[in-house]
Structure formats: C-alpha cells, structure tokens
Write a protein that binds this ligand. Structure first.
Ligand SMILES: [Zn+2]
Length: 73
C-alpha cells in the first residue's frame, strides 16, 4: 500500500467537490449589461429553454424592447 497514492486520491475528490460547489454558485451576470448579480436580487425572464437574469428593472425593460438582439438565434 502506497500512502502517497492514497493522499493523492483524497485530494482529487476534494478538488471535484470544490468544483461542483463552484458550478452550483448562484451568481449570475445581467443578460443586458453583463454586470455581476446574485440570484436573490435578480429579475428573471424564463424563455423556452433558458432563464435570463437582469440586475434591475431597467435592464429587463431594455431586454423586452430588444428581444431579438438578446435572445439566441
Ligand atoms: Zn443590467
């Protein structure tokens, strides 16, 4: 039994755990101005296959007025 190998595999698992928790982070960027926002304050708009986040009502309004510009093709 090689003790070094055991340590390495534990560290790998730890790294994967950390990566997974980063992926689940609820931080978002405003779909219009790209400003960093948190989910708790975000205004969201649910499309068919996506949810957009907006930092405030103004960005949400400009999205609504320019949907073609902001929606994926
Ligand atoms: Zn914004």
């Amino acid at each position: 039994m090689c003790p070094d190998k055991k340590i390495a595999s534990v560290n790998e698992k730890e790294a994967q755990k950390r990566k997974a928790s980063t992926d689940k982070s609820n931080a978002q960027n405003c779909h219009v101005c790209k400003k960093h926002i948190t989910e708790s304050v975000a205004i969201t708009s649910e499309g068919k296959d996506y949810i957009w986040h907006f930092c405030d009502q103004k960005c949400y309004e400009s999205y609504k007025n320019n949907k073609q510009k902001y929606d994926p093709k």
